[in-house]
Design a protein around this ligand. Structure first.
Ligand SMILES: NC(=O)c1ccc[n+]([C@@H]2O[C@H](COP(=O)([O-])OP(=O)(O)OC[C@H]3O[C@@H](n4cnc5c(N)ncnc54)[C@H](O)[C@@H]3O)[C@@H](O)[C@H]2O)c1
Length: 431
């Protein structure tokens, strides 16, 4: 069980950081060095959209000695809206000027060339992550990296290599898996792993919801094919990885965390029930995954993005002596000792950014790149199985799959940019 050992090691390192973060959260004050004024950390923000704006707010809230000094994006309107979302509260800490706002597919390189930038926030659509992450670590920047890490196995291998490069360079890789920092998840996972519901028999990962038109706009709203695809990126597999990679990744990560390992194999199905027609790109709107984990354990994954469905977003764990359930809004378990319900703070974003800043200042950066790779690949093998109609093995996907969703043609807003066909078992080979 070599993998389990590796993962346990990284979990120990993580727990140390999480404990540090929790300690800071209890004190409840922004980070300050005891004796001297701490260095002002400067952020370069790549991908100024909705989640990036939230991440920037969480970070500026977590540490009062942080500034944003540069932005890279494709579209000026996105930057304006994102800065409005960051809001008046932080206005004096947004030190971005006309000269440090860059546009275009190479804009991220301009941010990375700025010596004063300490941390980059990578909050572009997932397709761009492997290349931008590699460039950021090569440029010697600490990284905050949104999930997922990639859209295909080739991208996951790149992220893994870059994670290792970051480790060697002592650079931070904090990833947008805020559940890892949410106290209710930490408490429930710990209690389950300590045996409070007996031996783990089954894990369930659910994100069933209505986000069918998230970031969607009609095709007619912009001229360029590619601009439409990028603005509607969750609808395109090459940009998002599909909803099971972009969204269910959070819950799949929790299943892996609870079990302390990754799946061996998956068999999946999925399809387009409500996303009918080209205006909904190429992604599916529902998936069901049957994962085999080591030791004969089974994992279920269900993901849906369909208008008017009932929401169910949580993780469940069934044990030989009880059961547990945890989400962004609850955490409880029922075992031989009765019912335990978590009642404290459920904030993960604050502790996550505090831990990142504290790690950087102490020279002990948090590196969660492996967690990101493992969760991302779990979603990717699920999608590959549903698209191809075949079982997909973890080791094969990690080491041998050549699937690379990078478009063959140059990314240009001035030329036609046709969408790839919707993938189905009838037209999809496993590669
Ligand atoms: N952790 C979470 O809970 C959470 C929640 C939502 C989204 N996310 C993740 O955050 C990321 C961003 O999602 P979002 O909702 O902010 O999307 P968004 O569309 O609002 O923002 C993406 C931004 O990136 C820009 N962009 C696109 N391609 C670019 C490129 N090549 N170079 C520079 N800029 C580029 C876009 O113009 C846009 O402004 C995604 O990976 C998503 O999965 C995480």
């Amino acid at each position: 069980m070599k993998r389990r050992k590796e993962l346990n090691l990284s979990r120990r390192a993580f727990t140390k950081s999480a404990a540090l973060a929790a300690g800071t959260a209890m004190v409840g004050t922004p980070l300050r060095a005891a004796t001297s004024k701490p260095k002002t950390l400067k952020i370069g923000w790549i991908g100024a959209g909705d989640r990036g704006a939230a991440d920037i707010r969480f970070c500026l809230d977590a540490d009062d000695n942080i500034e944003v000094v540069a932005i890279a994006d494709l579209f000026p309107d996105q930057v304006k809206v994102a800065l409005d979302k960051v809001g008046k509260k932080f206005q004096d800490r947004i030190k971005v000027t006309k000269d440090t706002t860059f546009f275009g597919f190479d804009a991220y390189k301009k941010v990375l060339e700025m010596p004063e930038v300490d941390i980059v926030f990578l909050t572009t659509p997932p397709f761009f992550r492997p290349v931008q992450f590699r460039a950021a670590i090569e440029a010697g920047k600490h990284c905050f990296v949104e999930k997922p890490g990639a859209v295909d196995p080739v991208g996951v291998r790149s992220i893994l290599e870059t994670t290792e490069m970051a480790r060697k360079k002592n650079l931070s890789v904090v990833v947008g898996m805020q559940q890892r920092w949410m106290p209710q998840y930490q408490e429930i996972v710990k209690r389950v792993q300590d045996g409070e519901i007996g031996e783990i028999r089954h894990v369930g990962a659910y994100w069933i919801g209505t986000m069918m038109t998230w970031h969607w706009q009609p095709r007619e709203s912009v001229k360029s094919d590619l601009e439409w695809q990028i603005r509607c990126w969750p609808q395109l597999t090459w940009l998002s990885g599909d909803c099971c990679v972009e969204q269910l990744v959070h819950n799949l990560d929790v299943s892996n965390w609870v079990l302390g390992t990754t799946p061996l194999q998956v068999v999946a199905v999925g399809g387009r029930l409500a996303r009918v027609g080209d205006q909904y790109g190429t992604v599916y709107d529902h998936f069901a995954f049957d994962f085999d984990y080591p030791g004969g354990l089974k994992g279920l994954g269900i993901n849906a993005q369909i208008e008017k469905v009932t929401n169910k977003v949580c993780n469940t764990i069934t044990g030989s002596k009880g059961e547990a359930s945890v989400s962004r809004g609850h955490g409880f378990l029922i075992g031989p000792k009765g019912r335990y319900e978590y009642k404290g703070s459920m904030d993960g974003d604050g502790p996550m950014h505090q831990a990142m800043c504290e790690g950087i200042r102490k020279g002990e950066p948090v590196n969660q790149g492996q967690i990101l790779c493992e969760a991302t690949l779990t979603g990717i093998i699920g999608r590959m199985s549903a698209y191809s109609g075949k079982p997909v093995g973890w080791e094969w996907a990690l080491k041998q799959s050549k699937l690379d969703l990078t478009p063959k043609q140059e990314l240009s807003f001035d030329k036609p940019f046709p969408m790839p066909p919707v993938q189905m078992p009838s037209n999809t080979e496993l590669i």
